[in-house]
Unconditional design. Structure first.
Length: 312
């Protein structure tokens, strides 16, 4: 696999081993608010956009949706190094950008301004940048571009679409919330529900209770996250994970719990909402990121100020 057109190694941070680390790739618009600049690009074209970025290269970009998630991952790295300075199982953050290297200086300067521990900046002009995800060992890809996310999922990489929103820093530890069906799990039960209704779905779940649910698009990332979490005792863990699912606890929750147990994936708290709105419980949890396949639930999360990522 060819290297991206231009990869800038951040010499301010120690490079990590991608075979050991949990590599997360974020696009520039997922981590920084570039909506004005993006509008300029769409209306005036690439040359005007590049001119604008170069003229403002020392002006830090404001944070966007994935910003506090990346900061919290960095906090986990610090905690891991405190107990074991030579530990290699860390979060490794790289920025994957459709900016050209000349307009990317502002991106690099912004990351340095905020003290973000980003190991590489990959600038890929005018092509499908997701083709480089596997060569960098990426386990999670966050983008503000739907096509990119769909391409990444097709390549077998956990990926989600970030919507632009202002995010208040929820502090630490790192809190990650997952929906169940079509996110952590496959959408097999949702398909039965669409065809046979709630009664049919409940019958199906009871019949399949002993059989683990299939893997969803976020399972691989959740497992890697769980691996890092296992480095700590439950009391001292700088990571907390949540399952917030529309499943009801009595008839459809048992199989979900058994599946997580079968996978060896420990979840700190599970909420079986039985179709109730997720916003109020997410407002209570205050995750750094919430993954869901329903735009209705994403909207509910955004309404309470929770950073959200849609898994299409």
């Amino acid at each position: 696999m060819a290297e991206p057109e231009s990869t800038v190694i951040n010499t301010d941070v120690k490079q990590k081993d991608p075979s050991e680390a949990l590599v997360i790739a974020v696009t520039t618009r997922a981590i920084f608010n570039l909506e004005e600049e993006h509008q300029l690009y769409l209306e005036k074209g690439k040359e005007e956009y590049v001119r604008h970025q170069q003229a403002n290269q020392d002006k830090p970009l404001p944070p966007s949706t994935a910003f506090t998630f990346i900061q919290a991952a960095q906090y986990v790295n610090d905690k891991i190094r405190e107990s074991n300075p030579s530990e290699k199982g860390l979060f490794d953050i790289l920025v994957l950008s459709n900016n050209s290297p000349e307009s990317g200086v502002r991106i690099i300067n912004s990351a340095k301004h905020y003290g973000l521990e980003i190991s590489k900046f990959c600038f890929v002009s005018d092509e499908d940048s997701t083709q480089y995800l596997k060569s960098h060992g990426v386990k999670l890809f966050l983008s503000a571009d739907r096509t990119d996310v769909c391409n990444a999922l097709r390549r077998g990489v956990s990926a989600a679409l970030i919507f632009q929103q202002e995010v208040q820093a929820p502090g630490t530890p790192l809190r990650v919330a997952f929906d169940g069906d079509a996110v952590l799990f496959s959408d097999e039960t949702e398909q039965v529900f669409r065809e046979q209704g709630l009664e049919g779905a409940m019958r199906y779940e009871r019949a399949m209770e002993a059989v683990p649910i299939g893997e969803g698009p976020m399972k691989a990332f959740a497992m890697h996250l769980g691996k890092i979490r296992k480095k700590f005792s439950q009391e001292e863990s700088p990571i907390r994970t949540y399952l917030v699912t529309a499943r009801g606890g009595r008839d459809m929750g048992i199989r979900a719990i058994k599946t997580l147990r079968e996978w060896g994936l420990a979840i700190d708290e599970a909420f079986f909402m039985d179709g109730a709105p997720k916003g109020p419980i997410l407002a209570q949890i205050q995750p750094h990121i919430f993954f869901d396949d329903s735009l209705h639930n994403i909207q509910g999360a955004q309404d309470v100020g929770v950073p959200s990522a849609w898994v299409p």
